[in-house]
Write a protein that binds this ligand. Structure first.
Ligand code: PHE
Length: 341
């Protein structure tokens, strides 16, 4: 008898629900109050024979514990919903989530990419941790070229074909030509690393975009036209370009590209230091040695490449005077680009 009653009460406890504090209290009184059903079972327990006392004792204690737990749980649940009801004021204004802004480097990178997309360039990416072969050797750097010097390059290992942090995204040019046959038309954005002291004009990490176009009959004139189209999209349609002879091991002939100063329109101001021109990129016709190293026949194909620093382009576009601002992420600086998105 007593055993059945315990079972029945256990089931009841299990199923018990309550919608208010009052209902929980009623349940407590009915089960555990002075005249409650569980309390009464404890009275009845005195009449149980000695040999069954141990078994029923355990069951009864278990029932009491379960009932106490359940009542506490129901109390807790009701307490929570009642207190949250009390604190919800639907007339309060909502909490605004502050929206971040895109970083000027990201904005500039996207703009450069979208201009070259329109000219038919695909996106190519490569590793930041590179080897000497892809950063220097395949790009026709003689073994003793100063750019391989410890001054500029962060080396990770030494010895034959050392692992290093790429110093330019031209390494992606090599990787792309290794894997693809012409026509190749890619734009390669990415981070580059140089062992330089940090100042307003230099940083040890910065971003570049490299472009590469290889096909039959690609000429210097094609390069000039593509660069001109790019700068007019980027800096305005009246922008002019000027090319000065330069040297890169991987291009021949090589050139440094200037644009007419977008601040003074070429008359001369303190941004262009009175010259009317601003340097924006290096470029040139891909050296035949580079094509050969990547398995492309220089007798059949030719190409041009160009590379620019994203920080520099962004600096010229928005007159940012100190490179370090790009890396400090001061929100007052970043907010200035809110409307440029
Ligand atoms: N890789 C060169 C640099 O980092 C830029 C460049 C790219 C020049 C492609 C010519 C052609 O300065």
């Amino acid at each position: 008898m007593i055993s059945e009653k315990i079972e029945a009460l256990l089931r009841e406890v299990d199923r018990a629900e309550a919608g208010s504090e009052k209902e929980v209290e009623e349940l407590r009184v009915r089960l555990l109050g002075k005249k409650g059903e569980i309390t009464r079972l404890f009275d009845e327990f005195r009449t149980v024979s000695a040999e069954h006392k141990r078994e029923f004792g355990q069951k009864l204690n278990n029932l009491k514990n379960k009932a106490t737990e359940k009542i506490n749980e129901l109390k807790g649940r009701i307490g929570q919903s009642e207190s949250s009801d009390r604190t919800t004021d639907l007339t309060m204004p909502g909490d605004m989530h502050e929206l971040g802004t895109r970083h000027p480097i990201s904005i500039t990178r996207e703009e450069i990419i979208s201009i070259f997309r329109k000219l038919g360039y695909a996106l190519a990416e490569g590793p930041e941790i590179e080897d000497d072969y892809h950063v220097f050797e395949a790009l026709n750097f003689p073994p003793d070229h100063p750019a391989r010097d410890m001054q500029d390059t962060f080396f990770i290992t030494s010895g034959h074909n050392p692992v290093l942090l790429r110093t330019h995204t031209s390494s992606v040019q090599v990787r792309t030509m290794e894997r693809n046959r012409p026509p190749i038309r890619v734009i390669c954005p990415g981070r580059v690393f140089r062992n330089e002291a940090i100042s307003a004009r230099a940083h040890c990490i910065f971003h570049q975009v490299e472009g590469l176009y290889v096909d039959k009959g690609v000429s210097f004139a094609d390069m000039k036209q593509s660069i001109l189209l790019f700068v007019r999209e980027m800096f305005g349609e009246n922008t002019r370009i000027r090319m000065r002879p330069s040297y890169f091991p991987f291009t021949e002939p090589s050139t440094e590209v200037d644009i007419s100063c977008n601040i003074c329109g070429g008359k001369g101001c303190n941004i262009c230091k009175g010259t009317g021109w601003l340097e924006i990129m290096g470029a040139g016709m891909v050296d035949p040695n580079v094509l050969s190293a990547c398995g492309i026949d220089p007798e059949e194909y030719s190409g041009f490449a160009f590379g620019m620093g994203i920080e520099r382009i962004a600096m010229l576009k928005w007159q940012v005077r100190d490179l370090r601002l790009y890396f400090e992420n001061d929100v007052r600086f970043l907010r200035e680009f809110e409307t440029s998105i």
